[in-house]
Design a protein around this ligand. Sequence first.
Ligand SMILES: [Zn+2]
Length: 389
Amino acid sequence: MERTTTAGDLLQLIRAGQVVTRADLQRHTGLSRTAITSRLAALADLGLLTEAESTATGGRPAGRLRFSPGAGLVLAGAIGRSRIQLAVCDLDGTALVSSSHDHEVSAGADAAMQFVGDEFAALLAQLSPGGQDQGRIWGVGLSIPGVVDIDKGASVDSPVLAGWDGIPLAPYLQHVTSAPVVVGSDCQALAVSERDGHLREVRDLLAVKASTGFGLGVVVDGRLVRGHRGGAGEIGHVKVDAAAGLPCRCGDSGCVEAIAAGWALVQQLRARGDDVAHVREVVARAQTGDAEARALLRESARRLGEVLADAVTLLNPEAVVVAGDMGAAFDVYAAGLRESLYSRASALATRDLKLLPATHGERAGLVGCARLALDQVLAPAAIDALLTR
Ligand SMILES: [Zn+2]
């Protein structure tokens, strides 16, 4: 037997813009007028719907149904290696207030997460000095570098986040909200940020982050792929012959990161007497036309592209989004990736493959974190559960 169309399903259709009137809903779902009326009333009670009167010609006025993003709030927190970006967003993912802070995550989960909790509280106070918005928070989306244990909402075994391993992040936000907290990796957040970007119609995409380390966000048939243990997309730790014997920061050796990631480039330059501290400096040089820096980035991209070519051949994405500190030098980095992709991936998979910069640039992580939370709290099952409470 087919599942009945619920209020949550109707909201999904309205948010997607697939239906705009009650008559559309009836046609689309086959539900009776009474069934639709009661479901819409329940959604309106939650503040999720408005129905604007429109002056239809003759007969009953055909009200236009609209999703009300102001019905609640989500908190978004993109926690990077050296920067934390935070925002309070409406239910469309639009940031109402936001902030960005330099912060070294190597100081451990305690320091960073206490900071995140306090800053969320400060942003909420900025939004509503009386504190009336605290109760309107529906969910929280957080991203951290590396692999995430989704069930636990914790970092797993990440070389970047020493002192974070296995520590659930939600309890740190208890003084701010009791709403559900969704934790994803930075690359997963990057990938889903495109749902609010230029690639919203794209069902299959890869989002590659080329920074200090490498990572990949994978979307297949519209769904984020996390993997059995949350480790899908750990592209930086694929072994390549050219890196054989070179130690990697993951504790293993021979990973593509060990010859091509930002940390490895910095190490190579320092070994040659160049006192560069961060790969962003190499990127800045490349952007002012420095030939050596451009060659380094292009070579890094070629190496990464060799591994990415397998992912492209296996998954046949429509687009690859290129982001991260090195990805920010998009022209040179994409050129290097293209070289390997076109020579190593299947002809079919590269025939009309698009390589694009992230729609939201520096804010992609933040947009993606809001999206991670919204996908959970506005899912039909979540809405229906809310209505039966
Ligand atoms: Zn490794």
